[in-house]
Design a protein around this ligand. Sequence first.
Ligand SMILES: NC(=O)c1ccc[n+]([C@@H]2O[C@H](COP(=O)([O-])OP(=O)(O)OC[C@H]3O[C@@H](n4cnc5c(N)ncnc54)[C@H](O)[C@@H]3O)[C@@H](O)[C@H]2O)c1
Length: 326
Amino acid sequence: MSVLVTGAAGFIGFHTSLRLLARGETVIGVDSLNAYYDPALKRARLAQLLDRPGFVFHQADIADRAAMAEVAKAHPDITGYINLAAQAGVRHSLKAPHDYTHSNIEGHLVMLELARANDKCRHFVYASSSSVYGANTKLPFSVEDRVDHPISLYAATKRAGELMSHCYSHLYRIPTTGLRFFTVYGPWGRPDMAAYLFAKAILEGRPITVFNHGDMRRDFTFVDDIVAGVVGVLDNPMADDSGAPPARVYNIGNHRSEKLMDFIGLVEQSLGIKAQYQFEPMQPGDVKETYADISAIQRDVGFAPTTPISVGVPKFIEWFKQYHRV
Ligand SMILES: NC(=O)c1ccc[n+]([C@@H]2O[C@H](COP(=O)([O-])OP(=O)(O)OC[C@H]3O[C@@H](n4cnc5c(N)ncnc54)[C@H](O)[C@@H]3O)[C@@H](O)[C@H]2O)c1
């Protein structure tokens, strides 16, 4: 099977590509290697992938129709799509809104069009986000809940991706599955996310910024568990036999809502250094608590996360120290 993975040099795309290559798939990786965060980290991930047989890379912007048509032409055997390329980050969407519509809406549409033009497409899997739940207060968040009150443009673009995918499943009978990821962390993680920001500040002797005065909870999900879910989902496209569009959306989280201060405690413990805290109010666009109801993905593809933060955080810190040679 040939799988087109977009955002392959990104955090989740890199781990997903590694897993697919390990089981003998051909992976066509696409990434623009943009400078939202240090492209050196993206290149370092990419170097690992390029070392492995079965991996082909195209540096391209998924919103560039002509470039993506070239990628499709070069690889007529693609049967699966995993669209992970996106402008991520809730807070940045207040500063650079157009980057979000460009990659997450226009780019997502270009990817759906590629799948539509491909008779061999078995499944189109894509990243959504827990942020689509907005300010919902009913916990855990369930895929049955209403998600039409986004509180950041990032969330709005991710929800738009779900709606566009549903439309393509309806019109063209393409099986699509959206994955609402819940705060993913682990080795090779993103520099704009909590685990990385905390580790870096603590090691540099700077205070860590803790929003909502530390009164936050997150369903932190270790990247290996996420990848098991992504690949399990890819292998199980929804059957198109009920008359309804073959479109699904799943939560993919750890199903444990952890106190932010407990997560920070594990970072401190793994580094052996006590942090200095700088407490700040809640950030616009942010939510106080996330907690995933994962019963649907458990039932349909046997998803079963196994990594508590007490195991995952030390693994992240071990990678962080090795990567930064500290
Ligand atoms: N990490 C999380 O906790 C989390 C949570 C919810 C949703 N998500 C979603 O999961 C997906 C992967 O996230 P990640 O954490 O790996 O982020 P990431 O930023 O590390 O990876 C995204 C990759 O996509 C690339 N990219 C961005 N725009 C592109 C474009 N227009 N064309 C081609 N490449 C482009 C970037 O260069 C980057 O390498 C994203 O869709 C993100 O919104 C992630």
